[in-house]
Design a protein around this ligand. Structure first.
Ligand code: C2E
Ligand code: CA
Ligand code: CA
Length: 304
């Protein structure tokens, strides 16, 4: 058995009375195991790339200053014909081992840029955050790939944010810095994902040209119960603020955690509290619901 899923079941309804009632149940079919052997998986992944079996899901990010959804993160799923929907953790590590992940990342990037540009034509202007694996980041053609994705979709670069993790920086920081500077010259944004879970986050915050820091959900949960989490979170927020970085808190599931973040100057939030990742066809409706509920949430807050 290869790569059994450790995923905890996604909660059917976000844990917020305010928003939860309005969401349709999470549509994804949970795949616990992939029982095929290595060569079969490789064959399947190659076929999946050739036949474009990957779907991009979008998870809204809320700006609590404007009280609206301002951006989304693109999260890939594999719709394998014989099985159904497979989550990233069940195939990304295999795709990385097999050297196939950069092809998948490129598919996601192109699809996401086209989709976001299409939304602009309906009057909805969102930023899109796209995840890159280390292998993709180290491709000598990376800058060209990003440039082509922007040109082909006609998406303005300021709407694209690439999410990188510090583990991909560990090996060759000079090369990484050079690539990051080239990417920044395109006009796109760079985000440090999973902040706080790596080895030497503080050093990497200061040495590289980040626009955004995404605080890992490990630090977000149960803020009302754990004073130490609150202290760490406040320290990260003030550090990032002083370095003039944008901050996104991810994995927000509880309304009380959202209150804490708002009161402590963290204004971009993402998590099941607002919505799980949704298919493209459901995104506009999901955003309208979130925006509507945010309006009443802030109205109540002000009135209280
Ligand atoms: P990530 O980049 O840290 O993405 C956040 C993950 O947390 C997503 O899982 C998302 O569905 C989940 N999440 C969001 N809100 C909540 C919440 O409130 N509570 C909890 N418990 N989880 C939440 P997902 O979609 O399964 O993706 C897992 C990881 O797979 C991502 O973690 C990212 O590292 C990787 N990934 C996803 N799409 C891509 C891609 O296109 N390319 C690459 N290279 N990696 C990807
Ligand atoms: Ca991410
Ligand atoms: Ca993350």
């Amino acid at each position: 058995m290869l790569y059994p899923s450790q995923r905890k079941p996604v909660r059917e309804t976000p844990n917020l009375a305010l928003l939860a009632s309005s969401f349709a149940p999470h549509q994804e079919v949970k795949i616990n195991t992939l029982t095929q052997d290595y060569y079969q998986i490789k064959k399947d992944l190659l076929r999946a790339i050739a036949h474009n079996e990957f779907e991009v899901y979008y998870q809204p990010q809320v700006c609590t200053k404007t009280q609206t959804v301002t951006s989304v993160e693109a999260l890939v799923r594999w719709r394998k014909p014989e099985i159904g929907l497979i989550f990233p953790q069940d195939f990304i590590p295999v795709a990385e081992d097999l050297g196939l992940i950069s092809q998948i990342d490129e598919l996601v990037l192109n699809k996401a840029c086209h989709y976001i540009k299409g939304l602009q034509k309906t009057g909805l202007y969102l930023s899109i955050a796209v995840n890159l694996s280390a292998e993709t980041f180290y491709q000598p053609t990376l800058v060209k790939t990003i440039k082509s994705a922007l040109e082909n979709s006609q998406l303005e670069p300021e709407y694209l944010e690439l999410e990188l993790t510090e583990t991909m920086i560990l090996n060759n920081s000079q090369q990484v810095l050079k690539t990051m500077k080239e990417l920044k010259l395109l006009g796109i944004k760079l985000s440090l994902d999973d902040f706080g879970t790596g080895y030497s986050g503080l050093l990497y915050l200061q040495q590289f040209p980040w626009d955004t820091v995404k605080i890992d959900r490990y630090f977000i949960h149960d803020l009302s119960k754990f004073a130490k989490n609150r202290v760490i979170l406040n320290a990260i927020i003030s550090l990032a603020r002083n370095l003039d970085l944008d901050i996104v808190a991810e994995g927000i599931e509880e309304e009380c955690d959202l209150h804490f973040l708002i009161n402590n100057n963290c204004h971009r939030s993402q998590g099941y509290l607002f919505s799980p990742p949704v298919i493209a066809d459901n995104l506009i409706e999901t955003i309208h619901k979130i925006n509507y509920q945010l309006a009443s949430f802030f109205h109540t807050k002000v009135a209280a």
